[in-house]
Design a protein around this ligand. Structure first.
Ligand SMILES: [Zn+2]
Length: 142
């Protein structure tokens, strides 16, 4: 269950719009990518291919892409945020998402496209090693 809101992620409007375009382009499959952040501020977007075997059901960034992204984020001592889309369901981590997230420790931003043609919307979650989910706030900086 979602407990309380006590963290936020600031996404520049330009990057947020790129993420929306990326998840729309992936529809009806899940789309995924990573963000590099410094503190609460997102500074870079890394849209990737979805390497999952069933991309309509799950999303995975390939090892090759992950290594490339990590190396780049290291250059500015940033942190990685993972983002992906749920084409048909709520922007909330699935059981499988939680299982992956609790090992990775990344923040998770999830877009839902369930109300198309209305625009996708996003939520952000922190998932701890025990699998408990905390929701934060996404602030879009104009
Ligand atoms: Zn998911």
């Amino acid at each position: 269950m979602v407990t309380e809101i006590h963290f936020s992620v600031h996404v520049p409007r330009e990057i947020y719009d790129e993420m929306v375009a990326h998840v729309l382009a992936g529809y009806p499959n899940e789309a995924c990518g990573a963000l590099g952040s410094q503190g609460e501020l997102v500074v870079k977007n890394y849209p990737t291919d979805n390497a999952a075997e069933q991309p309509d059901d799950f999303s995975i960034i390939s090892d090759t892409d992950i290594v490339r992204i990590y190396n780049d984020i290291d250059k500015y001592d940033g942190d990685m945020i993972y983002y992906h889309s749920h084409p048909q369901s709520e922007a909330y981590p699935s059981a499988r998402d939680i299982d992956w997230a609790k090992r990775s420790g990344y923040l998770y931003i999830i877009f839902s496209l369930q109300y198309q043609p209305k625009p996708p919307y996003a939520r952000v979650f922190k998932i701890d090693a025990a699998g408990s989910v905390t929701e934060g706030v996404i602030a879009i900086d104009e």
